[in-house]
Ligand binder design. Sequence first.
Ligand code: G
Ligand code: G
Ligand code: MN
Ligand code: NA
Length: 253
Amino acid sequence: AQLAADLPAAIEQEQFRVVYQPVAGVEERRILGLEALVRWDHPVLGTVPPDEFIELAEADGLIVPLQQWVLRTATADFADLLAGGRDLKLGVNVSVRHVQAGCLAPDVAQALADSGVPPDRLMIEVTESIMLDAEDRLQSDLSTLRDMGCIISLDDFGRGYSSLAYLARLPVDVLKMDREFIGGIETDPRGAALVAAVVELGRTLGMDVVAEGVETAGQLHALRDMKCRYVQGWLLGRPMAAQDLPAFMAAFD
Ligand code: G
Ligand code: G
Ligand code: MN
Ligand code: NA
């Protein structure tokens, strides 16, 4: 209740920060992308993770100004990185409540225009678990964004009940495989078979597949054997401040 009560002032005072987690190529062994992840620096409670406030913001209609701030901040940070000559993509998580509010596509377009980031560098990460009531609107907004050149990814793929239904109906370029599947890849043959099947599904549909939550070298090897091309997780790098990215990427290559 405290968090919910503090949220309006937090948004007004911009008590948030965006950190970036690298996405790497398995064969390329390079950092190919970044995922923007928001944090709340609460004046009393310290750092609050998004799992504890995104839903509150969604319930309150505050998700729109918060998400606008994230989009502005992340694209501005990213423009600086691109100016350094790097070939990277930026993933931003979006909320279906933002779609329902009717302004996702225009807000994305505005952030791109203000920052000068080319649309084909931006990946919109949509989570399947929320929606249904906004599905028509979501479909048309994602199509608009895709027509602008943006990349669309289905996040936490496999976690919800309806992943395959969304995959059939939404314009999707990238599958981000939920980290729950990656955790068991070395020890659980059924889990490993599921991961291999998702990689194959992506290949068949012409979609890129990103394995999330890669924590061990063994998991990375298993994913390489399955011909999964992109990985994200603590093994490669933790989410970090924008200012730490250039040195991190230089050391990684
Ligand atoms: O960074 P962390 O693992 O704590 O993120 C937890 C969840 O919060 C992730 O599922 C992520 O999709 C979500 N999340 C992080 N940043 C944002 C954001 O800017 N907007 C929205 N809508 N969700 C976010
Ligand atoms: O749902 P989404 O994929 O947007 O959320 C990404 C979240 O996963 C971030 O909050 C990030 O902190 C977390 N995360 C990233 N890499 C790892 C990892 O290797 N292991 C675990 N347990 N969590 C991770
Ligand atoms: Mn995500
Ligand atoms: Na997500």
